[in-house]
Design a binder for this molecule. Sequence first.
Ligand SMILES: Nc1ncnc2c1ncn2[C@@H]1O[C@H](COP(=O)(O)OP(=O)(O)OP(=O)(O)O)[C@@H](O)[C@H]1O
Ligand SMILES: C[C@@](O)(CCO)CC(=O)[O-]
Length: 532
Amino acid sequence: MSTATVPPLNGSVGASSSQRRPVARFLQDEIQDGHLHPYMNGHSNGNGADSDSQLSDSGSTTSSTANGSRLRRPAMSRKASSPMAPTFMVSAPGKVIVYGEHAVVHGKAAMAAAISLRSYLLVTTLSKSQRTITLNFRDLGLKHTWDIDALPWDVFHRADKKKFYYSLVTSLDDELVEALEPHLKDVSIDIPEEQRKPHVRSALAFLYLFCSLGSPQSPGAIYTLRSTIPTGAGLGSSASVCVCLSSALLLQIRTLAGPHPDQPPDEAETQIERINRWAFVGELCIHGNPSGVDNTVSAGGKAVFFKRTDYEKPPTVISLPTFPELPLLIVDTQQTRSTATEVAKVLSLKKAHPVVTESILDSIDQVTCSACQLIETPDFDGTSDETMSHFGTLIRLNHGLLVSLGVSHPRLERIRELVDYADVGWTKLTGAGGGGCAMTLLRPDAKPEVIQELKDKLASEGFNKYETTLGGDGIGVLYPAVLRNGSDEEGGEEIDQQKFEEAEGHIGIEQLVGVGFHEKREGWKFWKRAAA
Ligand SMILES: Nc1ncnc2c1ncn2[C@@H]1O[C@H](COP(=O)(O)OP(=O)(O)OP(=O)(O)O)[C@@H](O)[C@H]1O
Ligand SMILES: C[C@@](O)(CCO)CC(=O)[O-]
């Protein structure tokens, strides 16, 4: 077991405040050691401990102190010009929350596992003369280009605002969000307002991270994202996108070490933590009040116990290496919803009925802790009938409690009804609910023909089923973006912008670059969490 801090597993930790941090106006409507990345030799903004420094005309560097005075330092020896970084990719998984969604936003425990559905981000560096960044979120139909020199660097790099690659940022800075507003007003301007909102939130997440981690010297680049995770379905699509953005930007500024196969686990853990911290900031932009469990499991992979009682401090994260490969059936209601809206619903319920709501959240906490205690027993057998039945009962209880919180949906209840009727397992909603996905833990003794009948019935009623395995790798890097792929190209097949954009659907993405179902695909490398 690897722990960040040691938590009590009895659910006795007091509630944390979830009514925190105001965010800027337009979001209110819904609710040290600088390791150099060994691969990178492109332009660096040097967003390390001295990263607010600027190369001055005289060749010395200047930086602001906290009281605003300017210091002069000898110039760092920098190459006059450095070669362009090659095109590279990063990829991060989605997740299922096995127990504890919503309660985790209110300081209770959750257990979550990475899945084999993943997002993939291709970063194409532009030539030195092209001073633009383009965000190409192809699945959303969002494509927007900004002029790097026009971004609000003066505000982001002010001494009282400046954050570093290792900073722990727990809330958005209203002034920074406001400084970005003019740069968001033209994003997807031609589409209806309701569809436009998620585009603006995505663009905000990207720009907030870019301006926090980058600098006016950052190279021009195109960031193209494609994902096999359904959007807004409870499988952690937003977190995986944020983990991709955070890791790509940290790699570009050369602040990550590895990943490489013989990297000491604690060093790998440090890199995962840095990526995770900035991914959380992206999640703050996209859904306002995240607990951080989604980005944590997406960044580190496999399965975790997660609890955050104090938002000013890092959460408790316990890696669960013995987490079993549960036989899960994941079914999508095809009813999209926003996590922000569902989280806001629970907050209003808590305001209206504080005592009752708190006791439901406490019960969810106890469900999660019971599952965790079982996993941690020394003779734990993840495949025994007894274990399945214990997990199953907890899944049923957890769903009932989520229904009481008001985050289920008639389509989710229909899935549960069909599974209960076939008597093949235990069902709960997973993720934010309000639509999205249900997960069913299949009984080990369920007859294959009955399961098949159920699947047919679900398909005939318009439900979509996902084939996914639990507990895969977290963030991965393909540097440069070249894969063997059985091609004739010398040195392998280069994944360029056009090939990546033209890959057809989820199958095409998987075939071209996927690591979800080919964990050992040559070229991809992963930071591995410490296992014990
Ligand atoms: N394929 C994608 N490309 C770009 N952005 C995406 C993609 N999928 C999701 N996103 C971002 O994530 C948002 C959806 O996040 P939301 O938190 O509502 O759902 P989710 O993460 O899928 O569900 P949950 O939080 O319950 O796991 C989108 O509005 C968009 O900002
Ligand atoms: C609903 C929620 O608990 C899980 C979403 O996957 C929100 C969060 O933890 O941020």
